[in-house]
Design a protein around this ligand. Structure first.
Ligand SMILES: [Zn+2]
Length: 354
C-alpha cells in the first residue's frame, strides 16, 4: 500500500493536466488486476465494472489534486513515523490506495461494483457530472472515498455551494471637478457587501463570504464599475431557494447604480437521506468490529457525493484514510489508518446494508 501511495503521489496531477490521466492509467491497471473491466471516458474519467452479486454499488474517488506541477520539489513524498506527506497524499491519493485494497479484501463475496474516478473533482466536476450521473444509474448506493472528518468521521450530508459575482455599474466622473455628478460603483459595492453579509445565518448553516473584490481605474476617477465574488453555502434545497430569492431581490442604494448578478450554484446540497442513515449504521457496526468508534458529520465542503445525492442515490462519504491538512502545506495521512479503513470499506462492499 505504501509503495502504491508513493507512486500515486509522485505523479503530480493538478486538474486538467496530463498527470490526471497518468493516475487514472495507474489505477486502471490496479483495478484490471483485480478483474475489473476498465474504460477511460472523455475527459480522462475512469469507469470500471467488477462482477459480484446483487444490485451494483458505486465507488467514487478522484484523480486530480489542487497542487500545481512542481510542488514535489518543495513538498516531496516523505514518511516520518506514522505520517506520510506530499501533495495530494490525503486528498486523495491515500484514499485511492484504500479503494484498491478494499476491493482486493472484499474478494469474491463482494457486491457488483462500479468504480468511477473523476478527473476534475477539484473544479466541481464540470466535465464528469453527466458521466458520473450515468454511472449512478441503477446503483443501490454510492460509497465516496473522500477523506473523513476529524477523528475519522463519516459524512452523511454536505452543504451545497454556489459562486456568485455581483457587478455594480455606476457612472464615471472626475473626482476633483465633478465628484457628485458621478455614481461610484465602489461606494455602492460597500453597501451591497453589508447586504450580502446580512444574509449569513450560521445556525441554519447558510454562509456567504465576499472573498474577492475589484473595481475602479484610478484614485481621481469616480469608479464606473466594481465587482464582488461571493462564496455561498447552504444546508438544504429550501435554503438554496431562499438565498436565490434574496440575491435576486438586492436593490441598489444609489438610485442610479445598477446591479448585475452572475455565476450560480456549482453543487447542490447533499441532504441526509434515509438510505445514507442505513449505510452509516452499517458502517458504524463494522467500525466497532475493527475498534473504531465512528461518528457522522455534515461537511461544509462539497464533493461528488453532492451530485449523486441530487439524483436520488443514498451516499456515504468520507470513507478514505485519516489525516489532515487537505489543500495545505502540512497535508499528511496517518499510515496505520490505511489498512483499517480498507477493512471498513471492504465490509461495506460485501454488505452495505442497503
Ligand atoms: Zn477530494
Amino acid at each position: 500500500m505504501l509503495e502504491l501511495l508513493r507512486e500515486l503521489v509522485e505523479i503530480e496531477s493538478p486538474t486538467y493536466t496530463p498527470g490526471v490521466r497518468a493516475v487514472a492509467d495507474r489505477m486502471g491497471s490496479e483495478l484490471a488486476t483485480l478483474g475489473a473491466n476498465v474504460s477511460m471516458l472523455d475527459g480522462d474519467h475512469l469507469r470500471a465494472e467488477l462482477g459480484g452479486s446483487g444490485e451494483p454499488l458505486l465507488v467514487v474517488g478522484h484523480t486530480d489534486t489542487v497542487w500545481p506541477v512542481g510542488t514535489l520539489e518543495s513538498m516531496p513524498f516523505r514518511v516520518d513515523g506514522d505520517h506520510a506527506f506530499g501533495p495530494g497524499v490525503y486528498d486523495m491519493k491515500s484514499c485511492l490506495v484504500v479503494l484498491v485494497e478494499a476491493i482486493r479484501l472484499a474478494g469474491a463475496e463482494r457486491r457488483t461494483l462500479r468504480v468511477f474516478l473523476t478527473a476534475d473533482e477539484e473544479m466541481g466536476s464540470p466535465t464528469a457530472r453527466p458521466l458520473l450521473e450515468a454511472a449512478a444509474d441503477g446503483v443501490a448506493a454510492a460509497l465516496v472515498v473522500e477523506p473523513p472528518g476529524s477523528s475519522g468521521k463519516l459524512k452523511t450530508s454536505r452543504k451545497g455551494l454556489g459562486r456568485f459575482r455581483l457587478t455594480i455599474h455606476g457612472r464615471p466622473a472626475h473626482a476633483g471637478t465633478h465628484r457628485h455628478k458621478g455614481v461610484s460603483a465602489i461606494d455602492e459595492l460597500a453597501h451591497q457587501i453589508h447586504a450580502l453579509n446580512a444574509l449569513n445565518d450560521p445556525e441554519r448553516g447558510t454562509t456567504l463570504n465576499v472573498g474577492v473584490v475589484s473595481g475602479g481605474t484610478s484614485e481621481n476617477v469616480v469608479a464606473a464599475e466594481a465587482q464582488a465574488r461571493v462564496d455561498v453555502r447552504v444546508a438544504t434545497m429550501a435554503d438554496r431557494d431562499e438565498i436565490e430569492r434574496a440575491l435576486a431581490k438586492l436593490e441598489p442604494v444609489h438610485p442610479e447604480a445598477k446591479l448585475e448578478l452572475g455565476g450560480g450554484w456549482t453543487r447542490p446540497p447533499l441532504e441526509r437521506s434515509e438510505g445514507a442513515g442505513r449505510l452509516f449504521e452499517q458502517a458504524r457496526t463494522y467500525g466497532r468490529e475493527l475498534g473504531l468508534e465512528l461518528d457522522e458529520e455534515s461537511s461544509g465542503g462539497g464533493s461528488d457525493g453532492n451530485l449523486l445525492g441530487a439524483v436520488g442515490v443514498p451516499v456515504l462519504d468520507g470513507l478514505g484514510a485519516e489525516g489532515g491538512g487537505a489543500h495545505a502545506p502540512d497535508e499528511h495521512v496517518v499510515l496505520p489508518s490505511l489498512p483499517v479503513r480498507a477493512q471498513l470499506l471492504s465490509r461495506l462492499l460485501r454488505n452495505p446494508g442497503v
